[in-house]
Design a protein around this ligand. Structure first.
Ligand SMILES: Nc1ncnc2c1ncn2[C@@H]1O[C@H](COP(=O)(O)OP(=O)(O)O)[C@@H](O)[C@H]1O
Ligand SMILES: [Mg+2]
Ligand SMILES: [Zn+2]
Length: 511
């Protein structure tokens, strides 16, 4: 008798239903899996067999062939274990016919029969609902995550025998607890977001941060060590609006894939700040087992903060494609996957390895070649894609004025302005695929949005060679954000000039 069960193949955050069929007979007693399984999946036969034995469930005695279809779809991961076990146990008459047809099964099995938590429950559930499944069985502890997707009944199981009972339509009174995932993931979602009110002075730096937040522009902060670059950058999340519904699902799906525990949809923009010693795989995604999203995808629709950016070295080159397209392609052997990676890039850097180059009253100890190399690591392709460059100066005097000076503005007040500016952008761009100025494509910017009546400032900057063609688009995007922050409907000369200065690293208030 052939019985089939169902699971989901994930490619990035897209999923496809996979039918798992098992047939017994015609050969020596062993279990084989066909239909493009990867290594981890191929090892499933050992896990499910041991789990069945641990739960005292009868395993096929002859050759048991497990077929995963569609065959052409590459299949990776360990979450097929439950579907494989159920299909195989079906050959022993342990599963009532037809019971497994409308149910999707997600979970890994431990050798002792326990169900293990898996990554990617959320995107798998999205695919299951789309494919019309009515019921899902997932590891206990991940029911809440699975239930974030409406339109499908979710049940949790902690052991293989409980899975069998549930599939057969029986209830399990107290399902046991699922085991931890085989590779637990570090979380990049900030638990606590610091406030701009802590930052004394730096009015221009805060304004640059506000503009970056309002239009989702990339920002580069440079200056001597200790001036507050890290402090300022880490406060960006405090002035970013919530994600919209679609973004929320997309971001949550990526974090689910990374193995982060989800108790609700992620509604705040994520903030990823990988250390410069991070591996290329941890930064951009990939891996030797299953392909996993990296920091740039965990920062999708949020912030990627690279502190001490020159120290990332050659790893920075991998950011070029995602900065252009909003996604990254990762591959290994015959698997290739695309993960969304549309992040807002914030870079911070000292002027040289010792940090004292060009700082008044300090002596840099680096030789000139070292200084140039350090600065060059950021130059070219990456720096050209940065919208706002801001040089931060020392603030000793302002720190000492703390008692007498007025309290710095809190993040909540800045967020109000950012929200208003975002609303104006959303309205202007309502018939486009974009919602913020930072994303708008160059041609649309130049041909479909009203240009400032006087382009003199921009033209002379172009003629002087102080701005590139890509730079023109960047300046226009920034000018729109300044206009939106000012609550006006049309870019004027003032915004254009201010935008040019933000782009070139000199700072002037638009107000
Ligand atoms: N403008 C400021 N207001 C208040 N504290 C500051 C300011 N700038 C720096 N500090 C203090 O100095 C520390 C070092 O700042 P940091 O942001 O790490 O400097 P950088 O990243 O530029 O080297 C901060 O943790 C903070 O305590
Ligand atoms: Mg720092
Ligand atoms: Zn130096």
């Amino acid at each position: 008798m052939i019985l089939s069960s169902w699971s989901v193949a994930l490619q990035g955050i897209d999923g496809h239903a996979v039918e798992v069929e098992a047939a017994e007979g015609g050969g020596l007693p062993r279990t084989q899996i066909v239909g493009l399984p990867d290594k981890a999946l191929n090892e499933a036969k050992e896990r499910v067999k041991a789990a069945a034995r641990a739960c005292e469930l009868k395993w096929p005695e002859q050759l048991c062939t497990i077929n995963l279809s569609p065959a052409g779809l590459p299949k990776a991961g360990t979450h097929y274990d439950l579907a494989i076990a159920v299909a195989a146990l079906g050959t022993q008459g342990l599963i009532s016919p037809d019971k497994a047809t409308r149910t999707v099964l997600l979970g890994e099995l431990a050798l002792d029969g326990r169900v293990r938590r898996v990554r990617g429950i959320l995107p798998a559930m999205l695919a299951a609902v789309k494919a019309g499944f009515e019921r899902a069985i997932v590891p206990t502890g991940q029911v809440a995550e699975a239930a974030l997707v409406p339109g499908i009944a979710v049940e949790g199981a902690g052991r293989l025998d409980e899975v069998v009972q549930l599939v057969n339509g029986l209830t399990v009174e107290n399902p046991s607890e699922a085991a931890q995932p085989s590779e637990p993931a570090p979380d990049v979602r900030p638990a606590f977001v610091p406030d701009l009110a802590d930052v004394v002075g730096h009015e221009d730096g805060k304004f640059a941060l506000e503009v970056a937040a309002a239009g989702r522009h990339h920002l580069f902060l440079h200056g001597a060590p200790g001036v507050g670059k890290t402090m300022l950058a880490s406060r960006l999340p405090s002035i970013l609006p919530d994600l919209d519904d679609d973004e929320s699902v997309e971001v949550s799906a990526l974090h689910s894939l990374a193995g982060h525990e989800l108790t609700g949809l992620i509604t705040r923009p994520p903030f990823a700040d990988p250390h410069h010693s991070t591996t290329p795989v941890a930064l951009v995604g990939g891996g030797s087992g299953e392909l996993k999203p990296g920091a740039i995808s965990l920062a999708h629709r949020g912030v990627l903060f690279l502190d001490e950016a020159p120290d990332f070295g050659a790893k920075l080159d991998a950011l070029r494609t995602p900065l252009e397209n909003g996604w990254i392609n990762v591959s290994r052997a015959r698997m290739s996957t695309r993960f969304p990676a549309r992040f807002q890039l914030i870079l911070a850097a000292n002027p040289c390895p010792c940090g004292k180059y060009g700082v008044q009253g300090m002596d840099c100890t680096c030789d000139s070649v070292k200084v140039r190399r350090y600065q060059e690591r950021l130059s070219g392709p990456i720096l050209d894609r940065i919208d706002i460059k801001h040089q931060m100066a020392g603030i000793n005097r302002m720190l000492l004025d703390v008692g007498t000076a007025t309290t710095p503005e809190a993040s909540a007040a800045v967020l109000e302005r950012v929200l208003a500016a975002r609303e104006r952008q959303r309205h202007r761009l309502r018939r486009t695929p974009w919602t913020t100025n930072g994303e708008v494509a160059g041609p649309y910017l130049r041909k479909h949005l009203p240009l400032p009546s006087d382009l003199g400032v921009l033209n002379s900057a172009l003629q002087r060679g102080s701005i590139s063609a890509r730079g023109v688009d960047k300046v226009l995007r920034l000018a729109w954000t300044l206009t939106d922050l000012a609550g006006a409907g049309q870019i004027t000369n003032r915004e254009l000039r201010a935008a040019l200065q933000l782009r070139q690293g000199e700072q002037e208030r638009a107000a």
